[in-house]
Write a protein that binds this ligand. Structure first.
Ligand code: HEM
Length: 312
């Protein structure tokens, strides 16, 4: 059962529940706790220019700061093992200011609304009698919210990439692009690795430390930039824009909006790691869709930011 809560209270309840379920690691994000930031350049292809006025997608190359992350709240977990990874990109806009695209290496989310997400977290609470998770409760949740099933299944089976630079990252939500003539088009983004998708074979990676993927990326960057192509799927009328558990048909037209070249670790890691990468931080030419998870993320991330900044 879900409860209607005011948005601000819902954000606090969700972060409280994450902390209760997964523990608290002072000073760290309440999700995607371990992460490292890098300098990058984004070169737009020009293919998006007719569809959006966004400066970074239709003009000259722009600088960007990216953060690769491991999804868990525990920053000390070893790098091998089933876990979602993140690629958050902060574009530094030509006229000043930033806009963010935040992606993960699965193509859909595990809840359609923040209320459903809170209900899922509650279903995952350990049984007080045994201290073990009650699988029956999670199954009952999926029974009542069937669209959560595919995302949960994918996340539970996700192989480990051999590098942060060898996995595709999806921004999941739909956004709207606004063109110079005022027309609007629903879009979805994914970052495709230039090096291809490569994962660990089953049973490998047992000796990986928590810093393995950061070390691997450092070695890769010493040989040259690590690159991703920004692919943008163009929605057709009727494609859902309000449900992050659903994907659009594969045959939708996709354009290549540009290429991201990651060059080196930032010199001021403390400063950049403290920033919030917020998918609702948009710029002229890009608009929010009606996805309630997308709308909720800004307030949730602000609660996490407040707590990690005050070391609570
Ligand atoms: C209700 C749904 C969600 C909740 C409760 C949630 C929670 C959080 C929290 C608390 C943080 C840390 C924020 C900070 O302190 O800066 C975070 C970061 C992150 N989330 Fe979510 N999230 C949700 C949905 C999503 C979705 C749909 C995606 C898929 C793209 C996603 C991808 C990420 C990534 C990649 C980061 C790390 C960003 C960075 O490197 O700073 N999250 N999330």
């Amino acid at each position: 059962m879900t409860t209607e809560l005011p948005a601000s209270q819902l954000s606090v309840s969700i972060v409280d529940e994450i902390e209760q379920l997964k523990g608290t690691y002072p000073g760290y994000r309440r999700a995607h706790a371990r992460g490292v930031c890098y300098d990058a350049t984004f070169v737009p292809s020009g293919a998006a220019a007719d569809l959006t006025t966004a400066a970074h997608l239709s003009g000259e190359p722009v600088r960007a700061t990216v953060r690769f992350s491991h999804t868990d709240t525990n920053p000390h977990l070893a790098d091998a093992g089933t876990a979602v990874r993140g690629l958050a990109v902060k574009f530094h806009l030509p006229g000043g200011g930033n806009t963010d695209v935040v992606g993960v290496n699965i193509d859909r989310f595990i809840a359609a609304t923040p209320e459903d997400f809170l209900a899922l977290l509650k279903a995952a609470e350990p049984d007080p009698a045994t201290g073990a998770p009650d699988l029956g409760k999670v199954q009952a949740h999926v029974g009542a919210h069937p669209s959560a099933g595919p995302g949960l299944f994918t996340a539970s089976q996700l192989p480990t990439p051999i590098s942060y630079g060898t996995t595709t990252y999806w921004a999941i939500h739909a956004f709207f692009w606004r063109a110079a003539d005022g027309s609007r088009r629903a879009v979805r983004y994914r970052w495709v690795p230039e090096a291809g998708d490569h994962v660990l074979a089953t049973g490998e990676g047992g000796d990986w430390s928590a810093e393995h993927l950061t070390g691997e990326l450092g070695e890769r960057l010493a040989r040259g930039p690590v690159e991703f192509t920004l692919k943008v799927q163009l929605g057709e009328p009727g494609d859902p824009t309000n449900d992050a558990t659903l994907v659009w048909p594969e045959e939708r037209t996709e354009i290549t909006a540009g290429r991201l070249a990651i060059t080196a670790e930032v010199t001021d890691q403390k400063h950049w790691n403290a920033q919030v990468f917020d998918p609702t931080l948009l710029t002229e030419g890009i608009e929010l869709s009606d996805d309630p998870i997308l709308a909720a993320r800004s307030a949730i991330y602000a609660v996490s930011y407040d707590r990690r900044s005050h070391d609570r």
